[in-house]
Design a protein around this ligand. Structure first.
Ligand code: 9YT
Length: 135
């Protein structure tokens, strides 16, 4: 079994930071589970364009508020504590923080390895295959 505490992962090499969000990558590909697990904070008032063209992702909002816009159809969905969104179509999207930081629990398939940075598309390169591909 693997047991980790968020406090012990913060401000280590598991903790990646950008101008509009930060993310604690608590579980990665080297744990050999087939998915990774992240606690990501989207900063209030910030805007981030993302396209995970190589990954599927589920995101659950623990606290805070904001919205997600899917870029192919222009739809905007509010996010509050309790909202789950699933990027099952590799959806290009914009995340916007609202009046408070949004704290999100995120799962990736395939797992991130922890070395990813967003490329010019807002995507991460792939070094292990998807386990199940969206149809
Ligand atoms: C909200 C979201 O897309 N989180 C993804 C994880 C984060 N961008 C990371 O760990 O790189």
């Amino acid at each position: 079994m693997i047991v980790r505490h968020l406090n012990d992962c913060q401000n280590t090499d598991r903790h990646v930071k950008s101008a509009t969000w930060d993310s604690v990558r608590m579980q990665l590909s080297d744990d050999n589970t087939g998915y990774s697990f992240h606690i990501t904070t989207i900063y209030a008032g910030g805007e981030t364009e993302i396209w995970y063209k190589n990954h599927l992702e589920s995101v659950y909002c623990i606290s805070g508020d904001g919205e997600i816009e899917t870029l192919d159809d222009g739809k905007v969905y509010p996010i509050t504590a309790g909202t789950l969104y699933v990027l099952d179509q590799h959806d290009r999207h914009i995340l916007r923080g609202g009046s408070q930081d949004m704290v999100m629990a995120c799962v990736f398939n395939p797992p991130l390895n922890g070395r990813e940075i967003h490329d010019e598309d807002g995507a991460y390169a792939l070094d292990t295959p998807l386990l199940a591909k969206a149809s």
